[in-house]
Write a protein that binds this ligand. Structure first.
Ligand SMILES: CC(C)(COP(=O)(O)OP(=O)(O)OC[C@H]1O[C@@H](n2cnc3c(N)ncnc32)[C@H](O)[C@@H]1OP(=O)(O)O)[C@@H](O)C(=O)NCCC(=O)NCCS
Length: 224
């Protein structure tokens, strides 16, 4: 199945039907051809445990496959709310700006980029209405240091785009933003809150605020 974006949101990926048959190299080639026709990314995502054969086929097709811990919220393990994290229905300009700087420094290590880089990038950025919920860690005297987004389909919520400015890492803010979005999702009736962690190191940040590993999300694309 190939999801095609309508209106706002991220450009989406193709995924196997569930339950489906055994995937083949020809299936992957056909989907990639259609993605090129539509001008959408040649991206695939699936849950390894439900379609275990697809991993090796995707690698054989020349795609790079990230195996990301797929984690589900265990409600009772959520920590107390952080006093300076809030959840918003509109997307303030800091959300894409801080996420952009954070994702330019992958991994969990601290780094140089900080509030001054954020402020330089904020010039001219505007607030936007989206269908998602957004969280910001907005520290007195420091401004927005960490952000994240939650998107909902029915009573299922996925948390994504968690990012902390490199200079503000390892202060608990990434975990606090994730926890605030999870709490907000539950308060608004979500029955299942999940996320995929980019690595085992990042999974520890989410585990600390109540997420438990449920499987492996495979995220595949052609090499950059
Ligand atoms: C992943 C990311 C969001 C984590 O943000 P963060 O604000 O540093 O997260 P936290 O502070 O909650 O946790 C990070 C580490 O700091 C530690 N920590 C938390 N509070 C702390 C405190 N008060 N003092 C010292 N260390 C602390 C945590 O224990 C954790 O340690 P570990 O790596 O040994 O497990 C950030 O590194 C990032 O933006 N990475 C790039 C973007 C990205 O990959 N996002 C996730 C996509 S799935």
């Amino acid at each position: 199945m190939l999801f095609v974006q309508e209106g706002d949101g991220y450009p989406l990926y193709a995924r196997p039907r569930f339950p489906g048959g055994r995937p083949s190299l020809a299936d992957i080639a056909a989907v990639r051809e259609r993605q090129r026709e539509l001008g959408v990314p040649e991206a695939f995502e699936w849950v390894h445990e439900t379609t275990p054969d697809l991993h090796d086929i995707a690698v054989e097709a020349g795609l790079e496959v990230l195996r990301a811990p797929l984690m589900v919220l265990e409600e009772d393990a959520l920590p107390e709310p952080h006093p300076h994290v809030r959840v918003l229905a509109t997307r303030p300009p800091e959300v894409p700006v801080v996420a952009g700087i954070a994702f330019s420094s992958p991994g969990t290590a601290r780094g140089e980029a900080g509030a001054a880089d954020r402020d330089a990038a904020l010039a001219g950025a505007t607030q936007e209405n989206t269908r998602h919920r957004h969280a910001v860690a907005d520290l007195p005297g420091e401004g927005v240091l960490a952000v994240g987004t939650a998107q909902r389909a029915g009573d299922v919520v996925e948390i994504a785009g968690i990012g902390t400015l490199p200079a503000a890492r390892r202060r608990g803010l990434g975990g606090a933003v994730t926890a605030a979005l999870a709490r907000d999702a539950l308060d608004r009736g979500a029955q299942l809150v999940f996320l995929s962690a980019g690595s085992e190191d990042i999974a520890r940040v989410y585990a600390r605020v109540g997420f438990r590993r449920a499987g492996t999300a495979c995220i595949a694309a052609p090499p950059a």
